[in-house]
Design a protein around this ligand. Structure first.
Ligand SMILES: Nc1nc2c(ncn2[C@@H]2O[C@H](COP(=O)(O)OP(=O)(O)OP(=O)(O)O)[C@@H](O)[C@H]2O)c(=O)[nH]1
Ligand SMILES: [Mg+2]
Length: 325
């Protein structure tokens, strides 16, 4: 199907067309990539103003369960909800969000919700780049609340910060900060810190932890927005705190948009992606150059065997790829 035709369908809210468009964006085939570029270009100009929310936290903290409850609340408010994932490790589990559909029982059956697993394979930056384009397609298809689930270990949360308008960091009381991979960067990019599973015997512990974290967060340096992260308590099981969470997210999104910060943030993100795609494109062209694989392999062998210095070998490959002016 021609990109224009596919676009027309996805624009009209055709789920199958949206699915096909995303598959194009995730494809590595040359022709698909060309079509994907056209689609993304069309989508970028068509997207309705929506809100992109990053949901981060260690494995098992309760991201998918909370997204299910949160998503239902957004649907009840008349929004259309898309759930995406940035999970470069999902190849391992065969697309974790797929398994997660059981954790998003209600959303996955709702006609106004769309759930898509993380693209598999490639670098984290590549996975996130494809998720960014998927966001644009979803928005063009009428989804105005985008929830991006990311495992908050390693670098994923920093990539998701380049995709989202607002970030929610999920925490669980009792798991050490160390274990939760709480780094300064992630705390600084969180708009809301949400303690999950605040039910049963965990509830009292969560309240205590939330109070402690409240004091710690107040000490963080002021951010561009002038706000420090707020702490909320939720339970996906009982639904407690979820309406408040949605209310806060909506208010924050409104404030960010009105102040112009949201627009500025997205432009900065676009710059990041420009850089990212130049890097990615260079690497691809480098790898695809005729004879490059064999030449590279030979030089790698030389470097491994200690016959060549890495710098010289790299220069030889690069000169072959792009002669110096
Ligand atoms: N008691 C209680 N259990 C919860 C709650 N939310 C999630 N759980 C349980 O915690 C486990 C992990 O939940 P998920 O929603 O899959 O967590 P996740 O963060 O998406 O996990 P990954 O995608 O694997 O990183 C499941 O067994 C859930 O049933 C909650 O609010 N209360
Ligand atoms: Mg999950």
């Amino acid at each position: 199907m021609a990109p224009e035709e596919l676009f027309r369908k996805l624009r009209a809210g055709d789920r199958a067309a949206l699915g096909r468009a995303i598959t194009l964006v995730e494809s590595t085939r040359q022709l698909d990539r060309e079509h994907a570029r056209q689609l993304v270009e069309l989508a970028a100009h068509a997207a309705a103003p929506g809100v992109r929310m990053g949901i981060t936290g260690i494995p098992g903290v309760g991201k998918s369960s909370l997204i299910d409850t949160l998503g239902m609340e957004l649907l009840a408010r008349g929004h259309r909800v898309a759930v995406l994932a940035v999970d470069p490790s999902s190849a391992r589990s065969g697309g974790s969000i797929l398994g997660d559909k059981t954790r998003m029982e209600r959303l996955s059956h709702h006609p106004d919700a769309f759930i898509r697993p993380s693209p598999t394979g490639g670098t984290l930056g590549g996975v996130a780049r494809r998720t960014r384009e998927t966001i644009l397609l979803c928005e063009a298809s009428g989804y105005d609340r985008i929830l991006v689930e990311t495992v908050g270990v390693g670098q994923s949360e920093l990539e998701v910060d380049q995709l989202s308008d607002l970030n929610v960091l999920l925490m669980i009381a009792g798991a050490g900060d160390e274990l939760q991979g709480i780094k300064r960067g992630i705390m600084e990019s969180a708009d809301l810190v949400v303690f999950t599973k605040v039910d049963g015997e965990n509830a009292a512990r969560a309240r205590l932890a939330a109070a402690e974290w409240g004091q710690a967060l107040a000490l963080l340096p002021a951010r561009a927005s002038g706000r420090s992260p707020e702490i909320l308590l939720t339970s996906a099981t009982t639904g407690q705190g979820v309406a408040e969470l949605v209310e806060r997210l909506e208010t924050l999104a409104h404030e960010e948009r009105e102040s112009g910060r949201l627009d500025h943030r997205r432009r900065q993100q676009d710059l990041h992606w420009l850089e990212q795609m130049i890097d990615e494109g260079l690497r691809e062209r480098f790898a695809a150059m005729p004879g490059m694989t064999a030449m590279r392999k030979a030089l790698e062998d030389d470097v491994l065997a200690g016959r060549r210095e890495a710098a010289g070998a790299a220069a030889e490959l690069l000169d072959r790829f792009l002669p110096r002016p």
